[in-house]
Design a protein around this ligand. Structure first.
Ligand code: SF4
Length: 191
């Protein structure tokens, strides 16, 4: 069984696909415990892979995009099976991961990596986009771990003005490499 925190229909608020309708499947649990983490990824219910696929169908009103998030989705061994089942159901699967657990993914799965510690090179090389959390400082030390063509977004923690200012300055200083990504869903009061 999969351990789940929530499943809901909203818009992607961050990164390359900002503004795109998507089903969010939040898997419970994480293998890290970052002190700035503000995500409730506690276990709320259990469901089998077919039950999650059915839940996504019911909730998603035909929406093709499904985002697996957490917590850390790959902390659960059944997540690759869920990805395959969603792809079989004609969903476009995105995964948001901290990049610590190496997993082999089909080419059509979109992988967002947000490194905090113990980044695994397999996931760094596989990432389609990178999200760096700016929380009092810009963690530039991660940049060289990713291929030069991988887009890197700076995301100010909590959309706080000081973190936004740091992000803007860093993006301007590294225009070939960095972009700003705000949590737009928070501006309009959606999840
Ligand atoms: S990796 Fe992400 S979900 Fe896990 S503790 Fe850190 S910020 Fe929270």
């Amino acid at each position: 069984m999969l351990q789940l925190s929530e499943i809901f229909y909203s818009l992607q608020g961050e990164g390359t696909f900002t503004g795109t309708p998507a089903l969010f499947v939040r898997l419970a649990g994480c293998n890290l415990s970052c002190d700035f983490c503000d995500t409730d990824y506690s276990l709320k219910f259990l469901a089998s892979v077919p039950e999650v696929v059915e839940h996504v169908r019911r909730e998603g009103q035909g929406c093709p995009m499904v985002i697996l998030t957490g917590g850390e989705p790959f902390a659960q061994t059944q997540t690759p099976e869920l990805i395959d089942a969603l792809r079989d159901d004609k969903r476009r699967v995105h995964v948001e991961s901290n990049g610590t657990i190496p997993v082999s993914l089909a080419g059509d799965v979109w992988l967002t990596v947000s490194p905090k510690e113990r980044l695994h090179d397999t996931m760094a090389q596989r990432a389609d986009e990178v999200k760096l959390i700016v929380n009092g400082r810009v963690p530039l030390e991660w940049i060289d771990r990713f291929p030069a063509t991988t887009p890197i977004f700076l995301q100010p923690e909590g959309n706080k003005p000081a973190n936004v200012a740091l992000s803007v300055e860093a993006a301007k200083a590294h225009p070939e490499r960095l972009r700003l990504s705000l949590q737009t869903h928070k501006f309009i009061g959606i999840r």
